[in-house]
Design a protein around this ligand. Structure first.
Ligand code: GLU
Length: 510
């Protein structure tokens, strides 16, 4: 196994939209595979049909397409170890369950839900919890307590059964985890987990191990919530006589305040998405926001997630996917949970927007323009994006910040007018407007100097006059540098807007 190229898998269950923590798990698998020249697989673990949600599998595939993380093998791609969807592998699992029973590592159990419930209640009375294990299994209805004939007869007659794992009593099980080191648990603390059911379906545990083995998975990199299952998995490899893959259990993604696991509800409560794409729940109709629809760039999401639980040990924060691949190693993953931060997420997005050329941002912006039903010329729009980009955290803010470049204001901020507009301002704005239009071809620097000189020579209140000019152009006293705006808008448009604001504030001039 040492010289083998690593093979890792992301193995989601299609029970709903993919949580952002799952995306991080997949990302770490991807980075590890690419760093080491290995393969990254997508396996869909859909053995629990009761939790199946329509659309979830498609959602998962679309999310990774958006993020730009490509699988080498798996559902939707194919490969030599397929099928990659567990429901399509169903017939494969039975012989493995039977092998475990034959070898004394598992047994058939016929206990009804009612009898198990009764056992639980009985234990509760004694302030204990019932566990199906070495201390109790010999008092239950299973192939260890029934004769071979009786067991066969029950199976042949179609009586429902499960196959349970038979832990050896009082045995220390060692899990070597690449992040956590050695984890030891005594088998007496573990219950005889169900591996297979008479309806022909394996449970997660059996299917997961059989698939990881038959798909030649070398490293299992998954969330910390699976650590409690790892001792069973280690034992299953032992029972089958297979070499186990290496395990790496990733730290949890925590709420912004660090108190517990990041949940869907935190996202709703604190106003950030916990899913990569918007999700429309097919049952309840409930809509959960997605990073994509909120205006995050996929590169920003990848960069942010990479650093939630891993860092290369330097101050650098911005990494391309290639850089991440180059630098990634499992030993730089932290043991403690990583706190999600909305400010940081936004910071990354702002940074990535700045790294995009205005041309690259065009598709995001033209979408907004089309939604607003506003016509535009491409060159003009590009100039506006050039100028306004630095103010954007999300492309969706473009209209609020830059709409005035396309539609003249019809209302003016009363507060700003009150502060800036003085007696005689209208007259002064007309003078400035004249000065702006003096050159045949607008020369921004010349116009700027001319206006400034005039203001100084006449001892006008510069802040009041220029901000009033701005109110006429933008609708309020904000926006980018005045002459840069005028340069883009053109003096004809500025003239119109100046007349309009004077009329609005001081009444008609005739
Ligand atoms: N199907 C499991 C999940 O939904 C996979 C866990 C594992 O990676 O072993 O996360």
């Amino acid at each position: 196994m040492e010289n083998m190229k690593p093979r890792v898998r992301f193995a989601p269950s299609p029970t709903g939209p993919l949580h952002i923590g799952g995306v991080r798990t997949a990302l770490y698998n991807y980075l590890f595979a690419k760093k080491n020249g290995g393969s990254f697989l997508l396996r869909i673990e859909d053995t629990d049909q009761t939790r199946f949600v329509p659309g979830a599998e498609e959602y998962i595939i679309e999310a990774f397409q958006w993020l730009g993380l490509k699988f080498d093998e798996g559902v939707g791609i194919g490969g030599e170890y397929g099928p990659y969807k567990q429901s399509e592998r169903k017939p494969m699992y039975k012989p493995y369950a039977e092998q475990l029973v034959r070898d004394g590592w598992a047994y058939y159990a016929f206990d009804t839900p009612e009898s198990l419930d009764a056992k639980r209640k009985e234990a509760e009375v004694q302030k204990k919890t019932f566990q199906y294990d070495a201390s109790t299994r010999m008092s239950m209805v299973n192939s260890l307590t029934l004769s071979a004939e009786e067991t066969e007869k029950r199976i042949a007659s179609g009586e429902p059964f499960v196959v349970r794992f038979k832990y050896p009593a009082d045995t220390d099980i060692h899990v070597h985890d690449l992040i956590r080191g050695e984890v030891v648990i005594n088998s007496n603390l573990l219950d005889d987990k169900v591996l297979y059911k008479s309806d022909g379906m394996p449970t997660y545990h059996l299917a997961n191990i059989v698939d990881d083995h038959t798909m030649k998975i070398t490293h299992v990199i998954r969330g910390e919530e699976w650590l409690p299952s790892a001792p069973l998995h280690v034992m299953l490899y032992k029972a089958f006589g297979w070499e186990a893959p290496q395990f790496a259990h990733l730290p949890l993604l925590l709420k912004p305040d660090g108190n517990g696991k990041l949940s869907k509800r935190d996202g709703d409560r604190l106003g950030f998405p916990v899913f990569p794409l918007e999700w429309h729940d097919p049952k309840s109709g409930e809509v959960s926001s997605g990073y994509r629809e909120t205006g995050y760039l996929p590169e920003a999401v990848v960069n942010m997630l990479a650093l939630l639980g891993w860092n290369p040990g330097t101050e650098q924060e911005i990494f391309s996917l290639d850089e991440l691949v180059n630098l990634f190693s499992l030993d730089k993953i932290s043991k403690s949970g990583a706190k999600f931060s909305l400010d940081k997420a936004k910071w990354f997005n702002h940074e990535y927007i700045q790294m995009k050329s205005s041309k690259e941002l065009m598709p995001y912006i033209t979408k907004i323009m089309d939604e607003k039903g506003v016509a535009y010329e491409e060159d003009y729009l590009l100039k506006v994006i050039d100028l306004m980009k630095e103010r954007l955290t999300f492309p969706g803010e473009f209209w609020e910040q830059a709409g005035f470049f396309f539609v003249a204001p019809t209302e003016y901020s009363a507060q700003d007018l009150k502060k800036r507009w003085k007696e005689g301002t209208g007259e002064k704005l007309r003078v400035i407007d004249e000065l702006l239009r003096k050159d045949e071809v607008f020369d921004m620097q010349a116009a700027h100097d001319r206006v400034m000189e005039h203001i100084k020579a006449n001892e006008w209140n510069m802040g009041a006059v220029l901000n009033s000019m701005r109110i006429g152009i933008v609708g309020c006293a904000r926006g980018p540098e005045l002459f840069t705006m005028i340069n883009i808008l053109g003096t004809d448009e500025v003239h119109k807007r100046t007349e309009a604001v004077i009329n609005a504030v001081e009444g008609g001039d005739n």
